[in-house]
Write a protein that binds this ligand. Structure first.
Ligand SMILES: [Zn+2]
Length: 159
């Protein structure tokens, strides 16, 4: 259920929309337990409760947006900015972090489980055992003609 808060924030703007049944909305509003890393005007960061590696952080918009494809590009920029800050912080923090993966899953088929956009910031270190496993179609190199045809297809749909 999507709800609009009646109250207005300090700038007089209507407060962000939230969803009563969304765990990330409850976390952002302080109604569910979380280990918070950062709370900015439009974005929040907190620890993933099932970390791939220690230090695995989720960055989310403070307003409820279910999918990447429904999120405005400006807000997407804010999410990415906070993820960059968290990635830099992880490197300095003493958490084991020799590299970082940023991962955002859009849609069930891509592995999205919670339908409130979230960008994973995953610290990586040699030998951590985490890997992206490519499917059976991987390894075939399409020729230029095919690549350009697909590029045309995508370009034609850009707005
Ligand atoms: Zn939500």
């Amino acid at each position: 259920m999507l709800v609009s808060e009646a109250s207005r924030n300090s700038k007089g703007q209507e407060e962000a929309r939230y969803s009563e049944d969304c765990v990330f909305c409850r976390i952002v509003r302080g109604d569910a337990e979380a280990s918070l890393v950062a709370l900015e005007e439009e974005a929040a960061a907190f620890m993933d409760i099932r970390p791939i590696n220690p230090g695995h952080v989720l960055v989310v918009p403070r307003s409820h947006v279910a999918r990447l494809t429904e999120m405005g590009e400006k807000l997407g920029g804010k999410i990415f900015e906070l993820a960059m800050k968290v990635a830099r912080a992880l490197r300095r923090s003493g958490v084991r972090c020799e590299g970082v993966n940023l991962l955002l899953s859009e849609g069930e088929v891509a592995g999205q489980v919670v339908f409130h956009v979230h960008l994973h910031v995953i610290p990586r270190f040699r030998g951590d055992g985490f890997a992206f496993r490519p499917g059976p179609g991987f390894g075939r190199a399409p020729d230029r003609e095919e690549l350009s045809r697909v590029a045309d297809q995508v370009r034609g749909s850009l707005r």
